[in-house]
Structures are given as C-alpha cells and as structure tokens.
Write a protein that binds this ligand. Structure first.
Ligand SMILES: [Zn+2]
Ligand SMILES: [Zn+2]
Length: 226
C-alpha cells in the first residue's frame, strides 16, 4: 500500500496508534520488523498490543490530553468515546507564520460512537479532516453475518459513527476551514462507497470542500463529485 502511494517504509518515522482493536493493531506485527520506527500510544493501548508481538517495539508513551512535539509536528491526542480502555483521536499541527511553511492542522477521527461537543469545536478550524463514516444503518440492520449483540455495540454510544452521524457532525460545524475531508473506516459489509458519496455530495457542493471517500477494498480515496 505504501508503494502504491509512492512511499517507502524507510521514509516513515513513526506510527501513531489510536487504540488496540485488531483492525488497528494487527499491522504492528509486520511493522515491528522495522527497527527505525517509533510507535506512539498511551499506556493502556500499548500494553495489550505489545503482548501480541514477538519482539519489543520502540514505544513512545504519551498521556491522553497532553500535547507533545515530534519532529516538526505538534501532536495532541484527545479522548473519544469507543469501547477500549483509552481510545484517542489525534490533532496534528505544523508550520508557522511563514509563506513557505504556513500553519496547518489535521484531525484524525475514527472509531467513536458519537461526537461530543468538544470534538465539534476541535474540527472547526482544521485544514484536513479524516473522519469515520462506518456504516449505513439500514445495511447494518439487514446484515445477517453479525449477531444482534455486535450490532448493538456498533450502533451504541461507544461504537462507530454511521454515515448519517458523520454527516450530522459535519453539518453542525459553522464556518469550517476544511481544505479536504477524507471519509474513512467504511465497513466492508455494511457500507458502500456509492452510498457514502451520495450522502455527502450535497454537503460537498454547499461547502465547496472536496470530500474524498476511502474505499476499504482498494485503500484509495475517491473524490465526491461537486
Ligand atoms: Zn475500534
Ligand atoms: Zn476500527
């Protein structure tokens, strides 16, 4: 996937881990072979992941809610409602008041059951936003592979944002400064790129902001028309 994006693992300095669920942690088994990588996480996230690994990786532990600097990034991990011990979203800020290196912000926000008010404030003035649009509620309800209890978990306050919830969140933000929004973490079984695209197309037009949908089968982002 890095190669497809024209990148090499040697050029990656660090990995920022949000929480220990397997869809976020499995990749560390392969990444652990690359000794130059640093892994940022809070302790409650790092501990269960390290137990699954055959070698010790270079953890850089932080406390949720406390900002730190890595290279030219100011990193602010913040708490989000999800069903692990200490799940986080990230705010990355870089640049300065300089024409050639202007200040920029990116928020990474996936795996949350709902968006608390402070999250709404946090994303208002970011340049780039990566937001979860996990499932189509109807497709999830119709799905016959997931037991009722799992559906309740996904739909619950510590589960995932549906397309509708993600749209509501974006629509609730006044005067957003977004240059680009990426909709990510789509369920392979309970969502479709086309559904997400159609859901967000009017918003993309209204706010004149390009919205990209990250296809979970391709791992590439496609722009919503308009
Ligand atoms: Zn999760
Ligand atoms: Zn996840």
């Amino acid at each position: 996937m890095l190669e497809d994006a024209g990148q090499r693992i040697e050029d990656v300095d660090a990995v920022f881990v949000t929480h220990e669920h397997s869809d976020h942690a499995t990749g560390l088994k392969g990444l652990a072979r690359h000794g130059h990588l640093k892994f940022f996480a809070n302790e409650d996230t790092a501990r269960p992941i390290q137990k699954q690994l055959s070698r010790r990786v270079n953890w850089k532990l932080f406390k949720t809610g406390q900002s730190f600097v890595f290279r030219d990034l100011k990193v602010s991990p913040f708490t989000i409602p999800h069903d692990t011990y200490d799940p986080v979203g990230y705010l990355f800020a870089w640049g300065e008041d300089d024409l050639f290196n202007p200040p920029r912000k990116l928020v990474w926000l996936t795996d949350l059951g709902y968006a608390p008010k402070f999250v709404q404030n946090k994303i208002q003035d970011v340049d780039y936003l990566v937001l979860e649009a996990n499932h189509d509620i109807q497709m999830l309800e119709m799905d016959d592979r997931r037991p009722w209890s799992l559906k309740q978990r996904i739909l619950g306050r510590h589960g995932h944002l549906s397309n509708k919830a993600a749209l509501d969140l974006l629509e609730s933000v006044e005067n957003p400064r977004w240059r680009k929004v990426f909709l990510a973490h789509l369920s392979r079984d309970c969502n479709k790129v086309d559904i997400v695209r159609n859901t967000f197309q009017p918003l993309s037009e209204k706010q004149k902001c390009p919205i990209h949908v990250v296809d979970p089968h391709e791992a590439v982002a496609m722009e919503v028309e308009g």
